[in-house]
Design a protein around this ligand. Structure first.
Ligand SMILES: *Cc1c(COP(=O)(O)O)cnc(C)c1O
Length: 387
């Protein structure tokens, strides 16, 4: 008997989703119509943010967020090494420089103690960062209260990378309400919690930041007479008042996003159920299960286990050979050749590096059946026994 392949994550598309996209396709507008603004309103409602700006990816959202906060040449942005490269690359798009703060060894998110120590040093050296990008790894919020308290003391702005955590809560409030940050960014890539194929969103409570991100996603062009340098020449008139890009989300994506949002609570409930089941099923094995900070209610984008470093590669290979699409989130960004060429070296962020030496993301998505989950646990048990 051949077992079917089980990926680490995948989208869940219903007939209603398909119907919503087809309807958008038959409508008058394929871009800049009504679906994207409706998706933005719904997302703002769910997160409790005053403004939501849709983009064609979270990478674009991070870029326009940095632009809105005036990141430029000579500035620094700090993030964590344990993230997707986009959390750091956004600084380079703006001509700024990147540095990293190590992760907490139990939650794997930005360590407030390491942050405070590094900010004190940077302050003494006159090299404080302008922006901090904490990342809500696996769907679990960072300790945003501590991080924002420390960052604010040094005048540092915050962009939350919540690519993994639409629907997650922190201190009982939705991630994305920007209670402890300037801007929050979400991703709708197919493996994330909800999908628009490609897509992202930036939320904020600040009207000025929302306006700047809106301009940056569409060429820096405005049709709002209040934003123009003089009265419109006529009904056709628009003005370019800053430099922007074409980072717009299409109506097809907006329609899909709106439809996916209707299932968000079901998706989260199933992810949380599967995570709780993993906690039980894996309890006796020689591995470390994910630790949850009491302030957080994760969206469970990923379920990451840690196995002893000396057995890590072998266990990973056995699982792949057994048809499990296990993965590793993430290779520390500072060890990437592109970042090493900037002067970063292995050994600089030991917690991120030892996490990398032990972490395995095992399958977790709403469509994962209980029987497939049991197969994952069985293969993991075998793999650990083999070594
Ligand atoms: C997926 C992801 C991104 C990038 O999202 P895209 O929508 O693919 O651009 C950024 N940061 C993190 C932490 C991610 O997981």
């Amino acid at each position: 008997m051949t077992n079917t392949f089980i990926p680490y994550g995948r989208q869940n598309i219903t007939d209603e989703d398909i119907e919503a996209v087809v309807e958008a396709l038959r409508s008058d507008y394929l871009t800049q119509g009504l679906q994207v603004p409706a998706f933005e309103r719904e997302l703002a409602h769910i997160t409790g943010a005053a403004y939501a700006v849709a983009l064609n990816s979270a990478t674009s959202a991070l870029h326009v967020a940095c632009m809105a906060l005036d990141l430029g040449t000579g500035d620094w942005l700090w993030t964590v090494p344990t993230t997707f490269v986009a959390s750091a690359n956004c600084a380079l798009y703006c001509g700024a420089q990147v540095d990293f703060v190590d992760i907490d060894p139990t939650t794997y998110t930005m360590c407030p103690v390491a942050l405070e120590a590094k900010l004190k040093q940077a302050d003494a050296a006159g090299k404080l960062p302008k922006i901090l990008v904490p990342v809500h790894l696996c769907g679990q919020s960072c300790d945003m209260e501590a991080i924002s308290r420390i960052a604010r003391r040094f005048g540092v702005k915050i962009i939350e990378d919540a690519s993994h955590s639409i629907g997650a809560h922190h201190q009982g409030r939705p991630v994305g309400d920007c209670r402890y940050s300037d801007i929050t960014v979400f991703s709708f890539h197919p493996v994330k919690i909800i999908t628009t194929a490609e897509g992202g969103m930036a939320t904020t409570q600040d009207a000025g930041l929302a306006r700047k991100m809106d301009l940056a996603r569409s060429h820096g062009i405005t049709r709002d007479p209040d934003q123009m340098t003089h009265a419109p020449d006529g009904p056709w008139y628009y003005q370019q008042i800053s430099l922007g890009y074409n980072y717009r989300m299409t109506e097809l994506q907006g329609a899909l996003g709106l439809s996916q949002l209707k299932q968000l609570q079901n998706f989260l409930a199933r992810r949380r159920q599967l995570a709780a089941q993993y906690d039980d099923l894996l309890a006796g094995l020689p591995l470390t299960r994910p630790a949850q900070h009491p302030d957080t209610n994760s969206s469970w984008h990923l379920y990451v286990v840690r196995v002893p470093a000396e057995r890590h590669t072998a266990v990973f290979e056995v699982l792949r050979a057994a048809g499990l699409g296990v993965n590793l989130h993430y290779i520390p960004v500072h060890t990437q050749p592109y970042y090493q060429a900037m002067g970063f070296a292995a050994g600089q962020f030991p917690h991120a590096e030892s996490y990398y030496a032990e972490a395995i993301s095992i399958p977790l998505y709403p469509g994962l059946s209980d029987s497939d989950q049991k197969r994952v646990v069985q293969e993991l048990t075998n793999a650990l026994a083999d070594q």
